[in-house]
Design a protein around this ligand. Sequence first.
Ligand code: XMP
Ligand code: MG
Length: 181
Amino acid sequence: MQIPDSIQIHDLRFVPLISEDEIQDRVRVLGQELTDRYRGKNPLFISILSGAFVFASDLIRAFDSHCEVGFVKLASYTGTRSSGDVQTVMGLDKDLRGRHLVVVEDIVDTGRTLHFFLEHLRAQQPASICTITVLRKPEAAQFPVPVDYVGFDIEDKFVVGYGLDYDGLGRNVAGIWQLLK
Ligand code: XMP
Ligand code: MG
C-alpha cells in the first residue's frame, strides 16, 4: 500500500514517523519478552482507554500464554495539550490483590497519567506491576514513572495514529504520524 507524504486531520498536517510494519515487528518482540516473563502466571493486562486499545489488542495476541484483560478510562488531554489533572472515568471491576498487572499505555508524555494510575494500583496490593507503552517522549518527562517496556522513544512532538487521536480523529490510521511544523 502506498503511504502518502502527509495526512490532514482537522486543521493540522501530519507526516509519517513510524510505519505499521515497524510497529508490528516491535510488538512481536515485546509480546515474546512478556511471554517469557509471565508464562503460567495469568497476568492481567490493563489497557488505558481510549488510546491504548489498538496496542493492547495486538500485544495480547503476541502474548503466547493465558492472560486476562481489563480496561480503565482515564483522561488528561484536550486537543494537543496536557490539561493537568487525571481522573478515573471508568474503573476496573476486577480484584487486583495478588495479581500480576501489566499496564498498557499508548504514550508516556509528561508521565502524569501513569504516575497517578500506578499509585491507584499499588494501593490495591497486586503481586507485581509492570508498565508497557508504544511511545515515550523522554524530553517531556515531568513525573518519574517506571516504564519497563517501551516500543519507541520519540521527540516531543504531537503524534496520531495506532490508537492515538487528535480531537477524536486519527485512531484508526495505520502507523504513527507526527505533527508537521
Ligand atoms: P501524560 O502527559 O499523562 O500523557 O504522560 C499521556 C496521555 O496523554 C495523551 N497524549 C497524546 N495523545 N498524541 C496523542 O494523541 C500525543 O502526542 C500525545 N501525548 C500524550 C495520551 O492519551 C496519553 O495516554
Ligand atoms: Mg487523546
